[in-house]
Design a binder for this molecule. Sequence first.
Ligand SMILES: Nc1ncnc2c1ncn2[C@@H]1O[C@H](COP(=O)(O)OP(=O)(O)OP(=O)(O)O)[C@@H](O)[C@H]1O
Ligand SMILES: [Mg+2]
Length: 477
Amino acid sequence: MTARNSVPLRGRDAELARIKRRLQEVAAGVGAVIVIEGRAGLGKTRLLEECAALAAEMSFRVGQGTEEPGRSVVELEALLNALFGGDKPLLTRTSLHNLQVSAEQTFWLLQDIQSLIEGAALKDRLAICLDDLQWAGPRCAMAMGQLPYRLASLPVAWILAFRPNQGIQPVLEAKNGLLDAGAEYISLGPLDTPAVAEIAEDILGAPPDSDLLEKATGVHGSPFLLTEFFRGLQDEGLVATTTGQATLVTDRMPQRIIDSVHGRLSRMSPAAKHLATLAASLGRRFTVRDLADMSGTAVSELVEPIQELMDADIFKESDDRLAFGHDLIREGAAASSPTAVRRALDRQAVDVLIARGALPVEVAVQLVDSAEVGDDTAIAILLQAADDLGVTDPGMAAELATRTLDLAPDGHLLRGPLVAARVTSLFAAGLGEEGKRFADSALRSALAPKEEARVRLSVPVCSIFPPRSGPTKPEPR
Ligand SMILES: Nc1ncnc2c1ncn2[C@@H]1O[C@H](COP(=O)(O)OP(=O)(O)OP(=O)(O)O)[C@@H](O)[C@H]1O
Ligand SMILES: [Mg+2]
């Protein structure tokens, strides 16, 4: 968030009071979980920042971390950043020997993390704030499903923010488990009219008259769009404050809100607009090198358009990377291209991400959504991703294998391994019956008789042993 975005927090007094009560309980010596839910732009990140500030005032040591869309299937990124990142990390990174553990070792990694948090919580009360958990992967779901319970007798506050009804099943289950176990549930709705009036005054410097306030209610209480709306009015000279009230001087809605991101992008240089369009396929955070690879341009050519995008608050700096100023901006930039173009760009972005070392599971969702039938590279990467996910998230592995089968035409070399991957994953997910039915109906039509026999032989083995690790192994298991 830029300083320009920092209007005071409005309309969330009731929520803050509930959060404060929970933090007071934690200060008295027990653990607590606070779940904050709200749609895009309703103020989750902002409220988390307020929670962090409040906790710091109450002598908590505070750690903050954020999940990234499509990047965290195997990582514990938000949690590790919250524990080990920032100016004053809660824990020292050297105290944990190896963060890059395999999926099977996650249990032990979480044990180690638990002991370290215990040690820290015996000395100080802690607040661990995790944002955008709708993008968390299975490991983070596992952490959420274990650590708050195991640390319940120590002064640790977990403040967790989600968009509602998004995310993989394990994350939804972990969240529901925490709520069932008594987590404080804060659901962020639209801001009410008095809060809208306060934000208008904060930005415009005078209270809005009734006409302006009525117009602002068209923004449906979204703090993101409200701040855009009032700033648009001010920047475009559409409001006067000479009478002591903020009054519309014309009936025109600000351009900024009419076409929000479209408008902002359309006012940029072609190079900047083009770059924003490409970046939208790379995700929320990306490097200058990624952008150069996507655009086929030298890094030096990108300096000016990147600066232009940063001046317009479309890009911002995020540690050593670039990021979109807000997810709505990224979504708007993505929506500014026709679907077919977007799909091709999403597909190209996967190649760029893989070339710079992204794991198959990290790009799998984007890849399966963007690949065309017969895309051999995509099919091989997706098979690898389904294999990698086989143990930690067999449900997702089965889903990936199913969708990848749609990409592999009859007779494709990898149909056999894909069918086996789906059957294996269904068994591992406890859906043996469905696995058998699928094997019966799909194997014969999908494979040559020889290949079919090989896969059938693997089925009982699949139900006993974890899946294999090599995706493109030509030989039967
Ligand atoms: N209660 C509030 N009072 C004033 N400004 C607010 C309030 N809530 C949010 N804002 C401002 O509105 C903008 C959007 O808020 P924020 O980024 O927190 O939304 P979000 O729910 O995290 O969205 P997303 O789901 O896209 O991450 C920010 O500029 C923020 O500072
Ligand atoms: Mg947010």
